[in-house]
Design a protein around this ligand. Structure first.
Ligand SMILES: NC(=O)c1ccc[n+]([C@@H]2O[C@H](COP(=O)([O-])OP(=O)(O)OC[C@H]3O[C@@H](n4cnc5c(N)ncnc54)[C@H](O)[C@@H]3O)[C@@H](O)[C@H]2O)c1
Length: 316
């Protein structure tokens, strides 16, 4: 078999595969020989449905390349949607080898203005949307004796002003990935996550305003400790697709429970969290003892960088 066709005979599901990064992932997987189930609800960037048939258009692109693909329009934020999607793969192709959880929405606002609806919707699509598909695909993969799951996190999970619902969901995805990897590793399955970067319509004016406000008004980096460029220098999605497809191949058979950066010709491995510093008091601490011990060994040299230069968005 041609090395570039190394996913020949595999069946891959990509959620939110009708646009942006999901489309790039579906095309890269198809290019490597996989048969695709392209899932997409056709939602607006905030998750309200315009219900465009974007999944079908990616299916047409894959067929035009000589590949095989089926469109699916289920909402992966519901258990029924996750089940229907996995069943569609079984009905169409008889197996599931690869599951790429990518579908996503964004509803930015600072925590002191965030609505319950915005919190619930973002957690449902990103975090529950990973559970609903994995819960139904994993038993089938276990029965098959193998499978690869790629989850989609974000650099926003490292900390992002005005995106606390999104970063909670995305960092939840990272913890979920680590734990799922431990659950399924014994059965020959792998589960990894990517924090991708690519120009898509999810970079809405409201999302880009969180980046601008954080960096230009508050003077703090937009994502973790990274100063982020504007949409003009964010790379195209294609390279995310290639890196995700590669992680699905046997070349990455030794990789499980890890988190990667992918975008614009770069691929990187994130460290696993660990205690940065620690101190221990065998008999336990008092507040007065912590004043000395914790200040000396843990936090004495830290500064509160998030106080920023300006606090102006509180509604009167
Ligand atoms: N673009 C980036 O730089 C970037 C950075 C970090 C993380 N991400 C993440 O990558 C993923 C893809 O984002 P994108 O930038 O390609 O956005 P996008 O808006 O272009 O694509 C997301 C797709 O998901 C679909 N979708 C939304 N809710 C769905 C649901 N409930 N069921 C099925 N489909 C649904 C949408 O219709 C859309 O086509 C998201 O999880 C996003 O949070 C993107």
């Amino acid at each position: 078999m041609e090395k570039s066709r190394r996913l020949e005979g595999k069946v891959a599901i990509v959620t939110g595969g009708g646009r942006g990064l999901g489309r790039a992932e579906a095309l890269a997987l198809a290019e490597a020989g996989a048969c695709l189930i392209v899932n997409d609800l056709g939602a607006s960037p905030t998750g309200e449905g315009d219900h465009e048939n974007v999944a079908q258009s990616v299916v047409e692109e894959i067929k035009a390349m000589g590949g095989e693909a089926i469109a699916n329009g289920d909402d992966i934020s519901s258990m029924a949607g996750g089940r229907n999607l996995v069943e569609a793969a079984m009905d169409g192709f008889g197996r599931v080898d690869i599951l790429v959880n990518n579908a996503g929405i964004a509803r930015p606002s600072p925590i002191y203005e965030m609505s319950e609806a915005d919190w619930d919707a973002v957690i449902a699509v990103h975090l529950k949307g990973h559970f609903t598909t994995i819960r139904h695909a994993a038993p089938l993969m276990i029965k098959q004796g193998g499978g690869v799951i790629i989850n989609t996190a974000s650099q926003s999970g490292l900390g992002h002003w005005g995106m606390s619902n999104y970063s909670a969901a995305k960092e939840g995805v990272v913890g979920f990935t680590r734990s799922v990897a431990r659950d399924v590793g014994q059965f020959g399955l792998r589960c990894n996550a990517v924090r991708p970067l690519g120009t898509t319509r999810l970079g809405t004016p409201a999302v880009m305003e969180t980046v601008r406000y954080s960096q230009e008004e508050l003077g703090i980096p937009a994502n973790g400790n990274v100063w982020v460029g504007t949409t003009t220098n964010i790379p195209l999605p294609e390279q995310v697709g290639v890196c995700v497809a590669w992680l699905c191949t046997d070349a990455a058979a030794n990789v499980n429970g890890r988190t990667f950066f992918a975008g614009g010709g770069s691929i990187g491995l994130y460290p696993e969290p660990d205690l940065e510093r620690s101190c221990h008091q065998p008999g336990g601490w008092t507040l007065d003892m912590l004043d000395e011990g914790a200040r000396a060994y843990l936090v004495g040299d830290l500064t509160n960088m998030f106080q920023g230069r300006k606090v102006s968005r509180l509604k009167p």
